[in-house]
Design a protein around this ligand. Structure first.
Ligand code: KG4
Ligand code: ZN
Length: 328
């Protein structure tokens, strides 16, 4: 057991099962990560080329208890030491969310703890608030992940106002669909990122959507890649793959940073979170921005516990009535 100074802050257990990562973490009230366990199902879904909701739910069921145990063991705390349980309530795959929510209710109820339901998008933003280098609001937050691409005004911890969103695909989805067209497997963002480093980003002139206001669009660039690939024989595709990856990534990154000028008006700072925040070209394109630490870009439970520090706890046993939500 850790020294008594650790008890000074509340201990929050976080659970995240909104998509294809089963994750549990223990975080202190002052934002220190004591453990952060993520079990990715990506390999399981790779052969289907994307996440299969029913397969994801079943795998979460198998993994949620071992992952939770590992998070407690690594933090060196027991269930009875916890002060609150935080869990992603939505948005996400409802069947997947229900596994985490049910587990969280069971743990909270068995230990007489409050439960803190967390919005997954608030979780991504709160990945910035963790130690050792927390980013303090106000800032404008670009959240780019497999499920979402939104521009958010964050005036203070826990506050959140969506200014713009994608009109079609999310940026991560565009990366994943592009990777599939290039024969790179699922999920493809990191693979395109790697390959793009070896290619010429000017080889193809893929379109960057001009969207009014602060919204985004990625369906045009995806279609452009489809047409480019369709015209190539297999050996030609093999030869041009790095150039295609580099040009495609360049177009997505340009679309993501298109609002940068507008973002800067009145906003002291830009922050970037979500799986696509791991992209090396995006990180280079916004040198002044605050980026979530790499291990906290993709889905994890430390960010959920972090968001819970600024959210309302539901007392025992009222939370037993909470339901998961798919969108919103
Ligand atoms: O935040 P996340 O784990 O899940 C959602 O909440 O959706 O994001 C996953 C997404 C996937 O689409 C993946 O391809 C993308 O993040 N991604 C990347 C990189 N690493 C992960 N996209 C571009 N470059 C990367 N290095
Ligand atoms: Zn996410």
């Amino acid at each position: 057991m850790e020294g008594s100074d650790q008890r000074a802050g509340r201990l929050i257990l976080g659970l995240e099962t909104s998509c294809d990562e089963t994750a549990a973490a223990v975080v202190t009230q002052d934002g220190r990560i004591l453990s952060n366990i993520v079990s990715s199902q990506a390999e399981l879904h790779a052969r289907f080329g994307g996440v299969v909701p029913e397969v994801a739910s079943r795998r979460h069921l198998e993994l949620v208890v071992p992952v939770l145990r590992e998070a407690l063991a690594e933090a060196d705390w027991k269930l009875e030491d916890l002060d609150a349980v935080a869990v992603t309530q939505g948005p996400g795959l409802v069947g997947a969310l229900l596994v985490g929510l049910s587990a969280a209710k069971a743990v909270a109820w068995a230990n007489g703890l409050p439960l803190i339901p967390v919005n997954h998008l608030h979780g991504h933003v709160a990945s910035l608030y963790l130690q050792p280098e927390p980013v303090e609001p106000p800032f404008l937050c670009l959240l780019a992940s497999g499920g979402h691409t939104v521009l958010i005004d964050v005036p203070e911890h826990g506050a959140f106002r969506v200014l713009g969103t994608t009109l079609d695909d999310a940026a991560g989805e565009a990366f994943d669909k592009g990777a599939r067209l290039l024969g790179l497997g699922y999920p493809g963002g990191a693979a395109i990122d790697r390959l793009a480093g070896e290619g010429n980003p000017d080889a193809y002139d893929f379109p960057v959507a001009r969207v009014p206001g602060l919204d985004f669009s990625f369906s045009g660039v995806k279609t452009a890649l489809l047409y480019a690939v369709r015209d190539l024989s297999d050996p030609e595709l093999e030869r041009r793959r790095t150039d295609l990856a580099a040009s495609y990534q360049r177009a997505i990154v340009r679309a993501l940073v298109a609002h940068e000028a507008a973002e800067q008006t009145g906003a002291p700072r830009i922050a970037v979170v979500g799986g696509v925040a791991a992209n090396s070209e995006l990180r280079a394109a916004l040198p002044e921005a605050a980026f979530a630490p790499l291990p906290l870009c993709t889905d994890n439970a430390a960010m959920i516990a972090s968001a819970a520090r600024y959210a309302e706890a539901v007392p025992c046993p009222s939370y037993l009535a909470l339901d998961a939500y798919a969108s919103g």
